[in-house]
Ligand binder design. Structure first.
Ligand code: AMP
Ligand code: ZN
Ligand code: FE
Ligand code: FE
Length: 289
């Protein structure tokens, strides 16, 4: 059976694998197609396109946006137009907001004697710098044993180096993805600690703003969890998607394509996704200035 992975991060955001190397990793993992879904940037997708074409690997432009809704909920967008005038200014805004927060984190670290040089971090890691990069610095400085330790003692909400950043309202992120020709999908639905009623409320709210898919298969999800999500997807006429949330060495327990071991995302999910995206083309054309 042909397999795919629709949730992949590269070093363009907080993954560690360079976008140019991800297509080769995907081929080695036996995958027929991948979607690059970096946080807040499409540059990883653009850098991976050439190498993917050379290997005959199908690659889909994607995005993952952290949004505001009773805490933070992640929305994936598939088949977005990477040059969309609706998307790029928003991503630029998110990066500027990250910069503002990150400068403050770095300053607080420097005040504590940790060598946090933010311009140097930007030069090394690119535009989308997040807490995982600061976690690595804490590990390198000997203050934390590993990334998990760095988050739990220093970077989680309420800790010394946690500072808020601003999230786009969930309604706006759904609209922006739709206007850029993308199919909006609710990411990793079990990450938000919601019971059945609360998850349904979230889905029903998002449906009003154009949600079209549900990430039913995800690293670590049990067969029972997957079939529960598939039932929800069916009930709400949402497309089923699936992916590992690969982050390279920053989440070493997650492998491309197979997640924590048992993940299997069949190729035919891409066909449904593509059909849905092409049905959006006319909508997008109407919205383009
Ligand atoms: P940021 O958007 O910069 O605030 O960072 C959020 C990112 O940090 C998420 O996308 C996760 O990949 C990562 N993250 C959050 N909490 C943890 C944790 N406890 N351990 C490891 N990584 C985490
Ligand atoms: Zn991430
Ligand atoms: Fe996520
Ligand atoms: Fe992700």
């Amino acid at each position: 059976m042909k397999r795919i992975d629709l949730h992949v991060h590269t070093s363009a955001s907080d993954g560690t694998a360079a976008p140019e190397t991800v297509p080769e990793l995907a081929c080695h993992a036996g995958l027929s197609a991948i979607a690059i879904t970096d946080h807040d940037t499409i540059s990883g997708y653009e850098r991976a396109c050439g190498p993917a074409a050379a290997l005959g690997l199908e690659i889909i432009p994607g995005i993952e946006i952290s949004t505001r809704f009773n805490g933070s909920v992640h929305i994936l967008g598939y088949f977005i137009d990477p040059h969309s005038p609706h998307l790029l200014p928003v991503l630029n805004w998110v990066v500027l907001d990250r910069d503002e927060r990150n400068e403050k984190i770095a300053a607080r670290m420097r005040a504590d004697g940790i060598p946090a040089d933010y311009p140097a971090m930007k030069a090394r890691f690119g535009d989308v710098i997040g807490r995982p990069h600061f976690a690595e610095l804490l590990v390198a400085s000997g203050l934390a044993a590993d990334i998990r330790d760095a988050f739990s003692r220093f970077l989680n909400k309420g800790c010394r180096y946690w500072l808020a950043r601003h999230f786009i309202p969930i309604e706006d992120s759904l609209r922006i993805i739709l206007h850029s020709g993308g199919v909006p999908v609710l990411a990793h639905p079990f990450q938000y600690n919601l019971d059945d009623t609360e998850l349904r409320d979230l889905i029903e709210h998002c449906l009003d703003y154009g949600l079209m898919g549900l990430e039913c298969r995800y690293s670590g999800y049990t067969p029972e969890q997957i079939s529960y999500l598939q039932k929800l997807a069916h009930e709400y006429s949402l497309i089923e998607t699936g992916g590992s949330d690969f982050h390279g060495e920053r989440k070493p327990e997650i492998s491309l394509g197979s997640g924590t071991g048992s993940l299997c995302v069949p190729y035919d999910l891409i066909d449904t996704l593509r059909d849905t995206a092409s049905s959006l083309t006319r909508y997008k054309e109407r919205k383009d200035p």
